[in-house]
Design a protein around this ligand. Structure first.
Ligand code: F6P
Length: 532
């Protein structure tokens, strides 16, 4: 199924795609949905390439798999589960059936309970033992942290609730730093863990319990839990009225839309949270109904497949020119790499093409002064994904936002155009002659022909953020289906967890390093002799 695309790439690989770009291409190689414009004009994908990529979607059966996902089929085959995070934002869709039962009544009931609790916290009807809640501390890791942490930051202009903090790392420096800034008598601790067994989260939760217990008589009263494991949240001492459950068909990295989003809901209020859900729901409807060549998730996936599996570019830079999205790259690292970083296809056979790419990035313009050097002149090609708001939220600083926009557009233009040796010579303006001119000019050449896409939107509202996150979720889904992998399990995180559990007594000195490899044993020796 890959051969026609490989053959096509062989024909066009050396072409300078800037030569393709005109007004007609600008219209043809971009698509709009809702508030967004997705531009993939500055890539080497042409009409033939695009139609071969769309053939790939057809051959992989993306439409049937998509419909199976939305219909609640157990497409997470290695865990025997449905994949239905979309049900959490199905605000005015119809029933969603899992094993013959409509899950929507329970989803909407939990949403209503979250809303009532969030309003109680925000209004002061729910208090700590020292009065109105001033601080919320979300303790969770991975999908139980990155989603709400990213979204709370992204929607800071809409934040009118108590301060929100996030603790994820088992490194005591993380929780100590957060708790230092909070008053136990007016803090709500939310323990966010789908399984309620994750060692980092449970260790931090017990640390928070002890911190609160030193000041407050009834610590359990200021704890809430977000989990699928009601028995474990009860055993931890959290009253069921403050436990918000969800089903196992919500994957951790897809869980922001339900109870795991409680801290976001408390920060921005239930109304704005609903707008966030509505944005995502609109993207779901678009993904289900738009033709592939107008379907934003499918197009984003096609660009990803073209660059990674066909062109062989192994990384993908996510570059938001929107400081509110500063945690988006970290969020997408889990969403994309935990989903599509797999070496075998659904049937257990080795993949014959590379798995998902390495995802990384930083907000512009910070990245420009850090790693863009490599993106422009390094020997590796790094496809870039720019995100850009037409307007910020700081009306009095609009001129500064315009400078940000100019920088973003300048980068994608520079990546495409580059600078020739002749142009570089011209820039030196008679400063050097002869061999020295050649030498100096060569350092100032930009190869160009480096691809990028741009996702532009009017302003980062709750609704637009919902659209963006759902767009990336479905992109990951499409790429996973084309690769033939299971995007919804994460067995690759297990081995490290098992070995850490086995190493803990060794680190504590209760067991020896016997049987450990020489490197690990030597590191343990060094750390123990230095006070670990
Ligand atoms: O890193 C593995 C993982 O299972 C993620 O998929 C998940 O988001 C994270 O751990 C946290 O899991 P939990 O919500 O169960 O604590």
């Amino acid at each position: 199924m890959w051969d026609p695309l490989r053959a096509h790439f062989a024909k066009v690989a050396d072409r300078r795609f800037a030569s393709l770009v005109d007004d007609a291409r600008a219209a043809d190689f971009s698509a709009q949905f809702g508030d967004m414009l997705f531009d993939y004009v500055k890539t080497n994908i042409d009409a033939d390439g695009r139609s071969l990529l769309i053939d790939l979607l057809e051959q992989a059966g993306v439409a049937a798999k998509r419909d199976a996902m939305f219909a609640g089929a157990p497409i997470n085959e290695t865990e025997g589960r449905a994949v239905l995070h979309t049900a959490l934002r199905n605000l005015d869709g119809g029933p969603v059936m899992v094993d013959g039962t409509d899950v929507m009544p329970e989803v909407l009931d939990t949403l209503a309970r979250m809303e009532a609790f969030a309003e109680d916290v925000r209004s002061g009807r729910f208090t700590g033992q020292g009065g109105q809640i001033t601080d919320v501390v979300n303790i969770g890791i991975g999908g139980s942290d990155l989603g709400p942490a990213m979204a709370v930051k992204a929607l800071a202009p809409y934040h009118d609730g108590p301060r929100c903090h996030f603790v994820s790392n088992v490194d005591p420096a993380d929780i100590a730093g957060v708790l230092r800034a909070c008053d136990p008598a007016t803090t709500l601790v939310i323990v966010a863990s789908k399984t309620f067994t994750t060692i980092e989260t449970m260790t931090n939760a017990r640390t928070a319990q002890a911190w609160m217990g030193a000041e407050v008589s009834d610590t359990g009263a200021q704890f809430a839990a977000l989990s699928t494991a009601a028995d474990k949240t009860a055993a931890f001492g959290i009253d069921s009225s403050r436990v918000f459950g969800f089903a196992d068909w919500v994957g951790g990295r897809y869980s922001l839309w339900g109870p795991i989003g409680l801290s976001l809901m408390i920060a921005i209020g239930p109304k704005a949270f609903r707008a966030f859900l509505r944005g995502a729901q609109a993207m779901d409807v678009h993904f289900k109904s738009a033709a592939w060549d107008e379907n934003l998730p499918a197009l984003l996936a096609l660009v990803g497949i073209w660059h990674n599996q066909i062109c062989g570019y192994t990384t993908r830079a996510v570059l938001p020119y929107d400081n509110l999205l500063s945690r988006l790259p970290a969020y997408l690292q889990q969403l994309d790499m935990e989903s599509n970083g797999k070496g075998v296809s659904m049937d257990g056979a080795d993949l014959t093409v590379p798995s998902g790419p390495v995802v990384w990035g930083e907000p512009g313009t910070n990245g420009q002064h850090a790693f863009y050097q490599l993106i422009h002149q390094g020997t590796r090609v790094v496809p870039c994904e720019f995100l850009l708001a037409a307007r910020g939220h700081e009306d009095d600083l609009h001129h500064q936002h315009q400078l940000l926009v100019a920088n973003c557009l300048a980068q994608s233009e520079a990546l495409m155009r580059g600078r020739t040796l002749d142009e570089a010579r011209g820039k030196l303006d008679g400063k050097y002659q002869g061999e020295e001119l050649e030498r100096q000019a060569r350092h100032r050449v930009f190869p160009g022909n480096r691809p990028s896409v741009t996702l532009a939107y009017p302003q980062l509202t709750p609704e637009v953020l919902g659209q963006i996150i759902a767009l990336y979720e479905h992109r990951v889904f499409v790429e996973g289906v084309v690769l033939g992998i299971n995007s919804y399990d994460q067995w690759g995180v297990e081995l490290g967890k098992e070995l850490a559990t086995a190493l803990q007594p060794v680190i504590e000195g209760a067991a020896t390093t016997q049987g450990k490899d020489g490197s690990t044993a030597a590191l343990v020796g060094f750390l123990r002799s230095n006070g670990v």
